[in-house]
Design a protein around this ligand. Structure first.
Ligand SMILES: [Zn+2]
Length: 212
């Protein structure tokens, strides 16, 4: 569950949904609309009784699941409220632009994902890493993060930090390593984000018009 999602789901009305094996959860209606910068995808389900849930699928795409029976104006009010909350949350996210910010963020992640047991000597942005987003030299306790990541959302930076922090315990990419990294709820999504970013950057690099 993402952090945003868990916040949003607080808006679920306390109601134990009735479950039935004979009903599928197949959406009976499906629509999208634009709310400011956000694309909202609404999935109506006949099976859903009273709860409205929102799930942030990407930085600007929200999927809302709602009961088919909920009146449209009521749903719109709920969605507007949820999106304002997401916007506030995203706006509140602190920028991580200095090495000091990086150190602070790494300490938070150490507490949250590694029981505060990791120790390192330095963590810093570097500008000479074009093909990698981060690197770690475990025996020296040094972590370097590509300064290209100053431009990505915080949840993507968190993934790279957790990845490099995990290397302090496990230098290789073995099963134990991935178990640590995949504790991060958004690991898979962040890998997708970084892969897409790398493709775009490679394309830009290979584009003759960008030379000179
Ligand atoms: Zn690695």
């Amino acid at each position: 569950m993402t952090r945003v999602k868990s916040q949003i789901t607080q808006h679920k009305q306390k109601h134990k949904p009735t479950t039935s094996l004979t009903h599928s959860d197949a959406p009976s209606m499906y629509q999208t609309y634009q709310y400011g910068d956000f694309t909202v995808r609404i999935v109506r389900s006949a099976r859903r009784q009273r709860t409205v849930s929102a799930n942030l699928l990407s930085w600007r795409l929200v999927e809302v699941r709602a009961p088919a029976s909920l009146p449209a104006d009521e749903l719109e009010n709920i969605i507007n409220h949820l999106i304002e909350e997401i916007k506030n949350k995203q706006g509140r996210q602190r920028r991580v632009v200095t090495d000091h910010d990086l150190q602070q963020r790494a300490e938070e992640l150490n507490q949250r994902y590694f029981q505060d047991k990791l120790r390192w000597k330095s963590i810093a942005y570097v500008s000479n890493q074009r093909q990698r987003y981060g690197s770690c030299t475990p025996h020296q306790g040094t972590i370097r993060i590509s300064d290209r990541l100053k431009l990505v959302p915080g949840w993507v930076l968190n993934y790279v930090l957790i990845h490099e922090l995990a290397h302090l315990l496990e230098p290789g990419h073995n099963a134990a390593f991935w178990r640590m990294v995949n504790q991060y709820e958004l690991a898979e999504r962040a890998r997708g984000y970084l892969m897409a970013l790398q493709l775009l950057e490679n394309e830009a690099d290979n584009n003759p018009s960008s030379e000179g």
